[in-house]
Design a protein around this ligand. Structure first.
Ligand SMILES: NC(=O)c1ccc[n+]([C@@H]2O[C@H](COP(=O)([O-])OP(=O)(O)OC[C@H]3O[C@@H](n4cnc5c(N)ncnc54)[C@H](O)[C@@H]3O)[C@@H](O)[C@H]2O)c1
Length: 355
């Protein structure tokens, strides 16, 4: 898979203990990569703790550039995936300074370490679909749509995009050693996410406690995809960048148009898979602004990377609910089963990255 690029390759992941980072580390270890992770200490429960032993794992704040540089110097990574961030919109209203600091200066520090570390060749900086200026017209955003951001999280990720673009134009020019791209994906679901203020973790917490989760914004339209979908995009991008400069720049990785569902529709589908997942709508007075309509145009990834989604929203929801059900009812961690099934389905579709 991925042209065998990851076998025995030294890969560094920031945010390796987080939801996406833990799945990415697991997948990379299955691909034979040598791993190094950099994150803050983990809160429990954490998907990361449920998986096999990691390679090297460091607790380091990405705002501390000197400490981060030491990790780069000792591990000498060849491919870097930058996922560490303050990723929550609502928390960003409470902690705007920290959000900008981690998401913007953390990205500057990361890219600076990549620039100074002679081994680094390929960098995938993960931002979000919320980095686009969103007039909420329903028109899908392509990679050249204007950047923007109403809330501090979205604004900080748009600013992180500017950081990547500036480093790409100033330092990581085509003939240079480092090749860097940013990846913009939407809301992801999957087992092992226990973050606050996210739909699926809220529903899971409700199911476990036997209470109905409170749903805000039931009509909000989002692109929903399983966490393995953007990860296949990040891995394909990382491998392409390792091979050459053709894929620098920014990339959207989202689901098909038919998989943009409302929050209410997703909650109902989840309830049908596990009837302990109950919910009720709650209107919030003085709620902070959250965009209610967001669509991504992923034709660039389809045309140039031949990247396509594997599971539709129904299958993504089914696997997600089963992961939590198995975990809470039988103590089983389904991560390896989900990954195997996802790769098998991708092979059946003959997707480019499965070669
Ligand atoms: N989960 C989603 O639906 C989603 C959607 C779009 C984009 N993203 C982006 O994907 C990335 C990963 O998101 P996630 O959902 O896995 O988040 P998460 O909260 O589960 O994990 C965040 C990770 O970043 C680390 N981190 C946070 N601040 C740090 C700091 N100062 N120094 C070092 N490490 C730090 C944490 O320790 C953790 O490992 C983020 O960049 C996020 O913005 C996530």
């Amino acid at each position: 898979m991925f042209d065998g690029v990851y076998s025995k390759r030294r890969c560094l992941i920031t945010g390796h203990t987080g939801f996406k980072g833990s799945w990415l580390g697991f997948w990379l270890s299955r691909l034979g990569a040598e791993l190094c992770g950099v994150s803050l200490p983990v809160e429990t429960p954490a998907h990361f703790h449920l998986l096999e032993n990691y390679g090297k794992s460091f607790f380091c704040d990405i705002r501390e550039r000197e400490s981060l540089q030491k990790i780069f110097d000792s591990f000498q990574p060849e491919i870097v995936f930058h996922l560490a961030a303050q990723p929550l919109v609502r928390l960003s209203y409470k902690e705007p300074v920290e959000t900008f600091d981690v998401n913007v200066m953390g990205t500057v520090n990361l890219l600076e370490c990549c620039r100074r570390c002679e081994s680094v060749q390929s960098v995938v900086a993960v931002t979000t679909d919320k980095c686009y200026e969103n007039p909420e017209t329903g028109v899908p955003f392509a990679e050249d749509s204007p950047l923007g951001g109403y809330d501090p999280y979205s604004g900080s990720k748009a600013a992180a995009e500017m950081v990547v673009s500036s480093y790409n134009r100033s330092f990581f020019i085509p003939e240079s050693r480092v090749r860097c791209a940013s990846a913009r994906a939407g809301n992801v679901i999957g087992g092992g996410d226990w973050a606050a203020d996210r739909l699926i973790p809220d529903l899971v917490r409700g199911a476990v406690k036997g209470v109905a989760a409170k749903l805000r914004n039931p009509g909000a339209v989002r692109p929903w995809q399983h966490v393995l979908e953007p990860l296949s995009g990040y891995l394909q991008l990382g491998a392409e960048l390792y091979k050459g400069p053709a894929c620098t720049g920014s990339w959207n990785f989202g689901p098909a148009e038919s998989d943009t569902l409302t929050v209410g529709e997703v909650a109902e589908k989840m309830h049908r898979c596990w009837n302990k997942m109950n919910f009720e709508y709650e209107e919030e007075k003085n709620a902070p602004h959250e965009a209610s309509l967001l669509r991504l145009d992923c034709s660039k990834a389809a045309e140039k990377l031949k990247w396509f989604g594997v599971w539709d929203s129904g299958k993504a929801i089914e696997h997600t609910v089963m992961w939590y059900r198995e975990f809470y009812e039988n103590g089983r961690v389904m991560t390896a089963d989900d990954l195997e099934c996802y790769c098998r389905d991708a092979e059946e579709k003959e997707l480019a990255w499965t070669k």
